[in-house]
Design a binder for this molecule. Structure first.
Ligand code: PLP
Length: 948
């Protein structure tokens, strides 16, 4: 290991540590460890075909060169994406701050109160602006959120509707094209029948269960929907509205005219366009649907001292519990972007947002006034920020592109222009001069001030206040916001404090050099629907990344469109479905899934219209091959797919894997490999070699995209030759296979901006760095396993007693002492550590995954902490013990009263290393059940909430 290359920065283990580690692991060398870990018949024969590793400074120069190939035009394309201003205080203190971007999903609430509060702010903002009662803490993008609305309303149909088989969902022709495409994808497997049309001609038939409206419409028309809503309600038809978040500052909130669900994106609240993402979508609904709402909800509860505390609410709704009964597979969402958008609202407050919305609206009105002087007329009868004009689109386009300006060319005689927060008088003058020049008119005097006229119909004017809570009215100076962000950050344990050894989640280094380009306008400020020639830098990066991921998985091609692992699962299964259909075998609908699979697997299979058959695991944690043989034979005619995680969720390279995949193929099925554990494979084996046909990768696990407190994620799928033609497309920009399935996410390349991170990761590590990372990840896991030996039992290992890159330790025996796995998780906080994965895939266990980025010293600290806790378990004679009372807060330890049968020192500083870098949990153990019984999901005062 050299110290002057990126690999030596990314990997935490030093050359001089290796002998000691080999000794602990009881091997001669790395070769032996890998030999004993990975079955021989699946080992790669040669090195991966990747370009040589770049050094860090070299990469930064390279990515800057590529950025110059992107042409940053002024984009007035709209369609759900708008240029906006990211306040620098938010950019620097959140997006560029590992304290925020390296945190994990807030499952351990006591050390996550900061991001939980930021997300509660986001939910409050969404509820206030939409006029709804309940919002989740983000979804992936506007179109998937709209699809979730369609399926949730399907799920909550009335008993009569279900009995009568009511299957129709009406979609207004005003809906964004990418949303329509996604609804097509998602409706088909569930048997939902879409009908697209003019909402003013809709007949409200009893064969419809729901509708989706766009507000304002895709080319800017603000419709007055209250009459429509009344009729829909009378007919028992539920209403979903896709709304523009900024327009809601001025427009009647959909909640006020009877919407049941409101969705949209918060991109324009300070999030860069990023060629399509990542951005946080929102989903708001009525309290009545609280048990059906997709995604995560943050709620208020109390800790054991009755102090207010936050945590994720109503988790029994999630696919982790509901599995094949779940109606949504959403797991990773867009937390970091939701935090940023929420902070944008905190920074601007209701007054600031109103000023911004008024300015944007006035810019549109000013533009209309001036275009009229050129004889160009606007056709929307009411609009907020987007206008549609009748003109010669071809002529306009030529001049506009020449001047580096993009409009939306609706048809030959219609151009749509969406102005935004950044649009200045100068920009307006430029647009006006483009029209004058293109149409051969004399130029007119440019606007000198914004119009004061209002072009929103009075009937749709917002009258209700919003963001009245103190949080949105307190931090309007940069100093105040900077300190507020810091205050929240300090409550959260992230990777910048200590190892987060979450099994299955691969919390590795998210290197600064990988992250830096995300802040550059040449990457940030590109609309996803610009002509591809304007995004050449992106096209190079995305194509290269696809090529590299294809090489790493051994497959034939890759789609970067899915914007989470679960979306990848769904996309992969949909390509399998399309493949079977293309061969006249559309009846194949059985998906076999091992009992130990991640909850998203069965949920995705059901969404893809498949029927889940669960296959057992044997007492060693492997797929029970005999049971599988029986199930495969039984369902041979209808077998669509096997979904298998490899190495398994038990942390083992199962040696039967090739036999298993062969068996599936012999019965006409395809093999889907869940690639969440790819960190154990890269460079050593791959999905193609084990016999899979398609896999998703979690770029936010294996390929260094930070977890962001629960997102963003990128979940590309890599596929074998026969599935290539079906890779997902996009209705606006051509992408995907020859027989592409319709859209999986809003944007053609999903969360393109985040892909830069994985691109950097692969380019800087190269073949040898990637392979070395895998080996060290396996070594680190086995090192922990052997160090904990005697204290903790590892549940499953491979044939030679080796773990893969993670292992499950059994905490069930400690129940004898009254100690639950949760007690260990909470006690780890006192030691400055985030718990490993709790109770997945086996209840009562911890799954530990150290990754290659941790140093030997950190691995040792963690092992010391675990072994010290093990001793505490033995000492726990009464229920009033140091584990049950964990975590211990500063408040407790400094209180004048101390009633516990152990010392304060033992409570807070059980090992000496802790003194140097103590992390204080900000609340004591939170009460989940109380919060679920008394659901509060906004930061409105409890009093105010009770009055609603
Ligand atoms: C993380 C994970 C998923 C889901 O990925 P998301 O990006 O959270 O949607 C699926 N399977 C396994 C085994 C995982 O660990």
């Amino acid at each position: 290991m050299r110290t002057d290359n990126f690999a030596s920065r990314h990997i935490g283990i030093r050359q001089e540590n290796l002998q000691h580690m080999f000794k602990t692991v009881e091997v001669e060398d790395m070769e032996q460890l890998i030999y004993e870990t990975i079955p021989d018949d699946i080992k790669l024969q040669g090195p991966l075909q990747l370009s040589p590793a770049m050094e860090e400074h070299e990469f930064l120069g390279h990515i800057q060169e590529l950025s110059k190939k992107n042409k940053v035009f002024k984009s007035y394309i709209g369609l759900g994406y708008h240029e906006c201003i990211t306040p620098s205080v938010i950019l620097r203190n959140i997006l560029e701050n590992p304290g925020w971007y390296t945190a994990y999903t807030p499952y351990q609430a006591e050390i996550a109160q900061g991001r939980l509060e930021a997300l509660l702010n986001f939910q409050t903002m969404v509820c206030d602006l939409t006029g709804m009662e309940l919002a989740n803490a983000s979804l992936l993008d506007e179109s998937t959120a709209a699809a979730e609305a369609m399926t949730m309303l399907f799920d909550v149909r009335s008993r009569d509707q279900k009995k009568n088989g009511v299957l129709k969902f009406f979609v207004s022709e005003e809906v964004l094209p990418q949303t329509l495409s996604l609804l097509q994808t998602r409706s088909k497997p569930l048997g939902i029948q879409l009908e697209v049309g003019d909402h003013e001609k809709f007949t409200f038939g009893s064969d419809f269960y729901g509708v989706l409206l766009q507000y304002p419409g895709k080319y800017g028309q603000v419709h007055e929907y209250s009459g429509f809503a009344e009729k829909a309600q009378a007919a028992g038809i539920k209403i979903a509205v896709a709304a523009d978040i900024l327009s809601l500052v001025l427009l009647t909130p959909p909640g006020a005219f009877g919407a049941d669900v409101v969705v949209g994106t918060t991109q324009r609240f300070g999030i860069p366009l990023g060629y399509g993402g990542p951005h946080a979508a929102f989903f708001a609904t009525r309290e009545a649907y609280k048990r059906s709402i997709p995604g995560r909800i943050i709620g208020v509860t109390r800790d054991v001292d009755d102090k207010p505390a936050l945590r994720m609410a109503l988790q029994t709704r999630e696919q982790h519990i509901k599995r094949d009964k779940a109606t949504s597979n959403i797991c990773t969402a867009q937390v970091l972007l939701a935090v940023m958008a929420g902070m944008y609202a905190v920074y601007h407050g209701p007054k600031g947002l109103t000023t911004i919305a008024n300015k944007v609206h006035a810019s549109a009105v000013t533009l209309v006034d001036h275009l009229e002087k050129l004889g160009v007329y606007q056709i929307n009868t009411g609009y907020f920020d987007t206008i549609a004009v009748k003109t010669n689109a071809k002529k306009i386009r030529v001049v506009a592109e020449n001047k580096e300006v993009n409009f939306l060319y609706v048809d030959e005689e219609t151009v749509s222009i969406a102005v935004n927060e950044t649009t200045s008088l100068k920009d307006l003058a430029q647009i006006i001069s483009i029209f004058a020049e293109a149409l051969g008119k004399d130029s007119i005097a440019p606007p000198t001030a914004l119009a004061s006229k209002v072009a929103v119909p009075e009937s749709t004017n917002r009258t209700s206040p919003f963001l009245e809570n103190n949080i949105f009215n307190a931090f309007h100076s940069e100093t105040e916001l900077m300190r507020y962000i810091k205050k929240l950050e300090r409550k959260d344990l992230a990777l910048n404090h200590s190892m987060i050894s979450l099994g299955s989640c691969t919390m590795k280094l998210n290197a600064a050099s990988e992250m830096l380009p995300l802040s550059w306008a040449q990457w940030g400020n590109i609309h996803p629907f610009v002509p591809v020639e304007q995004a050449k830098g992106y096209q190079i990066v995305l194509k290269e990344l696809e090529k590299d991921l294809t090489a790493i998985t051994g497959f034939a091609g890759t789609s970067l469109q899915p914007n989470s692992g679960a979306q990848g699962e769904y996309a992969g299964l949909m390509t399998i479905r399309a493949y079977h259909e293309s061969r006249g075998e559309g009846h194949r609908n059985i998906c076999i899934i091992p009992a130990s699979a991640h909850g998203t697997n069965p949920a995705s299979a059901v969404m893809a219209g498949m029927q889940v058959v669960v296959t057992k695991t044997d007492e060693k944690g492997n797929i029970d091959v005999q049971d599988l043989e029986e199930k495969v034979s039984l369902h041979s005619d209808k077998l669509a797919a096997l979904m298998v995680t490899y190495p398994s969720t038990h942390g083992v390279f199962e040696s039967s894997i090739r036999y298993v995949t062969q068996m599936i193929h012999e019965h006409g099925g395809q093999v889907y490999m869940d690639g969440a554990n790819m960190n154990a494979q890269v460079g050593l084996t791959n999905p193609a070699t084990i016999g899979a046909d398609v896999c998703h990768l979690n770029l936010h696990k294996t390929f260094a995209i930070p977890h962001g407190g629960g997102g963003p994620g990128v979940g590309p799928i890599c596929v074998a030759e026969q599935l290539l033609p079906f890779l997902p497309g996009n209705p606006v920009i051509k992408t995907g296979g020859e027989k592409a399935i319709s859209a999986i996410s809003s944007a053609p390349w999903g969360s393109a901006l985040a892909c830069l991170i994985s691109y950097g990761y692969i380019k800087m590590l190269g073949e040898s760095g990637l392979t070395q990372s895998t080996k060290i990840a396996i070594l680190n896991a086995n090192y922990i396993k052997n160090r904990l030996r005697g204290g903790f039992n590892v549940l499953y290992t491979g044939e030679n007693g080796r773990a893969a890159h993670e292992m499950i330790i059994d905490c069930r025996p400690f129940k004898q002492n009254g100690i639950e796995v949760t007690d260990i998780a909470k006690r780890l906080m006192d030691y400055g550590f985030h718990a490993p994965t709790v109770s997945f895939p086996v209840a009562g266990t911890l799954m530990i995954e150290p990754t290659e980025s941790e140093s030997l010293a950190e691995l040792d600290r963690f092992c010391d902490a675990m072994l010290s806790i093990r001793q505490e378990i033995d000492e726990a004679k009464t229920p009033n013990n140091v584990l049950k009372n964990a975590p211990h807060t500063l408040d407790m330890v400094t209180s004048d009263t101390w009633d516990f049968p152990y010392t304060r020192e033992k409570a807070a500083f059980p090992l000496s290393y802790i003194r140097e870098n103590k992390f204080w949990p900000s609340v004591r153990r939170v009460d989940d059940a109380y919060g679920d019984r008394n659901l509060i999901c906004t930061c409105a005062p409890i009093q105010a909430y009770a009055e609603i």
